[in-house]
Design a protein around this ligand. Structure first.
Ligand code: SF4
Length: 357
């Protein structure tokens, strides 16, 4: 049984964080349910960067429910071309027609009516209802599962029936229902940008004092899933940073992951492969090199495959020369360059150092 977690401070902190950190996206700052609906359907299976152009083109051609309902299906699909999962476009089109038929062309303003539209599930209905009309329905997507499971240290699997019910209750409890729209946007954006699957920004987190996962050192263990992951791919990016030709930086790996207690270079882990230009745009990279403007970068060992039991690592090593130290490095151990091998380091880093010598 879930104890009451009604703490509107969490919602306030999330909203404050959101106001300072949100991305400017074309479907934000509107309360037009049609535009919100189209953006949510596009984003169901598409990353934000890729979805943006599609959203702009689609809504330029079909700016409202009626124009979409009146279009031929072939044309709707043409505007969807390249996004994949075409059933999304067909459902949008069919739902637009039903809005014209059943609701006289006006987007329904009742949660159950929104939910009745083809292709609209609970998550999308909550997003449309809360963003457009501040309806007090929580959105519970992957980002929200992650934030809540970490914040409250919940081990109930998110893919179990019991887990879904529990997280839904919790999402209602932490929501300031008078500010449902901005709260929902804030918690999703916080999960997408700050409390990320890998490298969450705990040291700069407004909720760190309240976070159970951080307090107990178990951040990477949440959220819990029922399905056993048999083998997973991981994408590591190591930074062999050399300061004034004299020092480099290491840190010690924490518990509950591979290589517990060993030392390694500053690491950013990503969910998918990323090249250096993409990596530079990420928050962990900007935090790590905060205050350092002049980076002399050489890619020294790329896409190195390293197989462990139950996981395969794909690793890039970058050697970066700097002549000023930024505050992002303050938490790392500063080690004379000739002394790295005095530390217990994983085999993978040995391989890199051998190649460099
Ligand atoms: S402290 Fe870390 S794990 Fe906890 S909410 Fe903040 S970013 Fe997420």
């Amino acid at each position: 049984m879930l104890q009451s977690n009604k703490d509107l401070n969490i919602s306030k902190q999330l909203i404050d964080w959101y106001k300072d950190n949100k991305r400017e996206l074309p479907w934000r700052n509107t309360n037009d349910p049609y535009l919100i609906w189209v953006s949510e359907i596009i984003l169901q299976q598409t990353r934000v960067n890729q979805g943006m152009d599609y959203f702009l083109r689609f809504t330029e051609r079909f700016p409202d429910v009626k124009s979409l309902a009146n279009a031929q299906e072939e044309e709707v699909l043409k505007y969807w071309q390249g996004l994949g999962y075409y059933s999304r476009a067909r459902n949008l089109h069919a739902a637009a027609k039903s809005i014209v038929d059943k609701f006289n062309g006006f987007f329904p303003q009742n949660y159950q009516d929104i939910l009745s539209l083809k292709g609209v599930g609970e998550y999308t209905a909550a997003a449309i209802g809360s963003f457009a009309w501040n309806m007090p329905y929580p959105v519970v997507d992957g980002n929200v599962f992650r934030v809540l499971s970490r914040l409250f240290g919940i081990s109930e699997p998110i893919d179990s029936g019991k887990g879904k019910k529990l997280f839904n209750e919790l999402a209602v409890q932490v929501m300031d229902s008078e500010k449902a729209g901005i709260h929902n946007q804030a918690i999703m954006e916080f999960g997408a940008l700050h409390c990320t699957p890998f490298n969450p920004q705990c040291l700069f987190c407004p909720l760190v004092d309240k976070c159970m996962a951080y307090t107990t050192g178990k951040v990477t263990q949440y959220p819990v899933k029922q399905q056993k992951i048999k083998n997973r791919n991981r994408y590591f990016h190591y930074f062999h940073i050399v300061y004034n030709n004299a020092y480099t930086y290491l840190h010690r790996r924490g518990k509950k992951d591979i290589w517990q207690g060993l030392f390694e270079f500053p690491l950013i882990e990503t969910e998918t492969p990323m090249d250096f230009l993409e990596l530079k745009e990420t928050k962990p990279f900007q935090t790590l090199f905060n205050g350092i403007t002049d980076l002399a970068v050489s890619a020294t060992l790329m896409n190195k495959k390293h197989v462990l039991s139950h996981q395969t690592l794909y690793t890039n090593f970058y050697k970066i020369e700097i002549d000023t130290e930024g505050n992002g490095l303050s938490g790392y151990l500063k080690v004379p360059v000739g002394e790295i091998e005095k530390y217990a380091i994983p085999r993978l880093i040995h391989i890199y150092l051998e190649k460099m010598s």
